[in-house]
Design a protein around this ligand. Structure first.
Ligand code: DX5
Length: 221
């Protein structure tokens, strides 16, 4: 049975208590931490940058994923690698030289990921499938936490899993946006194995550890 993994997004965390929040998510069984970097250009919101990645690196030994929701991500790969990111995820929509960018991430010794927005077809990844360590299917339009899961993205997960099973079985499918106890199972059954969750974890009434545990419990029923 494929194992589901939770990647809490600190976007929804209490930044006054970021270290505690990360520790709680880790205690609950988080597999990795996702850092949602937003520039206010690619997405209509500004979040945080290198200093928060560096701080998160100091707060946990879990792998860190830098999800770059920014234009010209190729300009910042070394910065995020040096700040502590283990995986760097760029958006296909702002990467006309995606093959070169993915190679550049690997040359930095990091895992290479690409994200596609709800309106971007899986086919846009067809020429770089073998280069990917992770493919992120956005299940909301990026820019904000707390949005509703878009069920119309499920077919993309199934389609991508089929292609990966043939051409790059080791590549993980990650989903991000509106993942909670009501939506995670459908994404898992469609073929995703890594689940980014911000609100469902850091907005959980009993705290982040319970938020992670609740999601894992549903996955491993
Ligand atoms: C893009 C961000 C959010 C965040 C998760 O908008 O990437 O999707 O990580 O947000 P929640 O889990 O709160 O929907």
């Amino acid at each position: 049975m494929k194992q589901g993994k939770i990647a809490p997004s600190i976007l929804a965390a209490d930044f006054l208590r970021l270290g505690e929040e990360i520790a709680a998510a880790e205690a609950g069984g988080a597999d990795r931490i996702q850092l949602d970097v937003m520039d206010g250009v690619f997405v209509p919101n500004i979040s945080f940058g290198i200093p928060i990645v560096q701080a998160t690196r100091r707060a946990t030994t879990l792998p860190l994923e830098a999800h770059l929701m920014i234009v010209q991500p190729e300009r910042y790969l070394a910065d995020f690698a040096n700040a502590g990111a283990d995986t760097i995820i760029v958006h296909q929509e702002v990467s006309p030289h995606l093959d070169r960018t993915l190679h550049a991430i690997k040359e930095l010794g990091k895992k290479a990921g690409v994200a596609i927005n709800p309106s971007t077809p899986v086919a846009m990844l067809s020429e770089v499938i073998e280069l990917l360590d992770l493919a992120l299917v956005m299940t909301v339009n990026p820019g904000f936490g707390g949005q509703r899961f878009i069920p119309g993205t499920l077919h993309k997960i199934r389609q991508l899993r089929q292609i990966l099973d043939e051409r790059n079985p080791a590549c993980e499918i990650e989903v991000d946006g509106g993942i909670d106890e009501a939506t995670i199972r459908a994404a898992y059954d469609a073929g995703a194995t890594v689940f980014v969750a911000g609100t469902a974890v850091f907005g959980h009434p009993e705290g982040a550890a319970e938020g992670v545990r609740g999601l894992l419990e549903i996955l491993h029923r």
